[in-house]
Design a protein around this ligand. Structure first.
Ligand SMILES: [Zn+2]
Length: 404
């Protein structure tokens, strides 16, 4: 990275840094985030952070930096990821990895989700390392709590990178996580959990002309799925007895895949389906798992020769943060001051790395970042340059409110 980049004014630095990151293809799979992690680490080191590059498999790595405070206040985590989804089959109008700057936008895969957000966190981190100290004429950091920056690999396949990184002893004393995923600078203070289940039904094979000699695993699966569907209301919402969440609505279920049987004239002895449940606070994933297990057990019990097996493929608990928490308050006030608008406070139905940080490390969370969330994962992805600069200022103000 050219050294001049470190000393650019914030609004120029954030664009240059976002552009540099977009030009590093970190398509997951395979990820190949290590070059991006080195850029992040170099930036943070130059800004005076204690830094670590944490290897994560072949060609992959996370970058973590910490600016130590006095410990009087809980620390703040700046959270972002480096990997991006593939450009897809649809032709782009601009090269997905050129980082074109046109029409007041930075274009490219990851510009919105979320290299723009990562660059804004990094420049705000620089401002926190230098400007409060300079303003106060001190030569030591006046922070009263640590500022930790964690830029991860392997988020797009279910936050696997952050889950591994959270085991490292790098995150003690943190009280809040600011996740810079694209929100158009609105605040998302809660997110749904996800529970992916593989359900298998095992039966007994027999000749198709004598089905009474066998036990049909497909029929048992149809029975179970029908039972699950009966628990589902309009729009795929589960009738769980848990009240609708004011920001997230009802939990949902999607039957994603199903496979079973070999030939028309053979009784199928195995059928497998994959289910994707999205849960809300008040419905822990384990409770839902027990309900599905009970339904599957009941189906197997009323069908002689049928066994079932439930395997949890992925689980992320739903998370939420009180709207009047110090983190949400600091961000709301900062957005208002910087944009002049009252940010919308909402929730998201998908999973971010907050689902790792909040349950494992016990902290508040808010998702707030530059870029329209509807643009994420789309062809011709972009982020508004203006929002990048605004995000830097919002993060800096919020961090000062929490840490100074
Ligand atoms: Zn993302």
């Amino acid at each position: 990275m050219p050294t001049a980049l470190y000393s650019l004014p914030a609004e120029e630095a954030v664009v240059a840094l976002a552009r540099e990151l977009v030009r590093i293809p970190t398509v997951n799979p395979p990820g190949s985030e290590a070059p991006g992690a080195r850029v992040v680490e170099a930036w943070l080191r130059e800004c005076g952070f204690e830094t670590t590059v944490v290897p994560y498999g072949e060609g992959r790595a996370h970058a973590v930096g910490r600016l130590r405070g006095s410990g009087e206040r809980p620390g703040l985590l700046f959270s972002g990821h480096l990997d991006v989804v593939p450009p897809g089959e649809v032709a782009w109008q601009r090269d997905p990895f050129s980082g074109a700057l046109e029409e007041g936008r930075l274009w490219g895969r990851g510009a919105c989700d979320m290299k723009g957000g990562v660059a804004a966190l990094l420049v705000a981190a620089r401002e926190m390392a230098f400007s409060p100290r300079l303003r106060r004429g001190q030569d030591r950091s006046p922070l009263r709590g640590d500022l930790t920056v964690a830029i991860t690999a392997d988020e797009e396949r279910g936050c696997l990178g952050a889950a591994a990184l959270a085991q490292a002893p790098l995150f003690a004393g943190l009280g809040a996580a600011l996740v810079a995923e694209p929100t158009g600078l609105d605040l998302f203070i809660t997110e749904k959990g996800a529970l992916w289940l593989q359900v298998e039904m095992f039966g007994k094979t027999a000749h198709g002309s004598m089905p009474e000699m066998g036990a049909n695993a497909i029929a048992a699966m149809v029975d179970l799925l029908a039972c699950l569907e009966r628990e589902i209301g309009a729009g795929g919402s589960l009738r769980t007895g848990v009240p609708e969440h004011p920001l997230l609505g009802a939990p949902t279920m999607n039957i994603g895949t199903i496979a079973g049987g070999v030939k028309p004239n053979v009784v199928a002895d195995r059928c497998v389906a994959e289910l994707d449940f999205r849960t809300v606070p008040g419905l822990p994933n384990d409770d839902l798992l027990r309900r599905v297990e009970a339904l599957a057990r009941a189906v197997a019990a009323r069908r002689p020769g049928i066994r079932h097996l439930l395997t949890c493929r992925a689980t992320c608990e739903p998370v939420a943060c009180p709207p009047d928490s110090p983190l949400a308050t600091a961000l709301r006030e900062s957005v208002r001051a910087v944009t002049g608008d009252e940010p919308r406070v909402g929730g998201v139905p998908y999973v971010t790395e907050a689902c790792v940080w909040v349950p494992r490390l016990g902290m508040q969370m808010v998702i707030c970042g530059p870029g329209d969330p509807k643009i994420a994962h789309q062809p011709d992805e972009y982020v508004e340059v203006r929002q990048l600069a605004q995000a830097v200022e919002i993060y800096r103000r919020a961090a000062e409110q929490l840490l100074l």
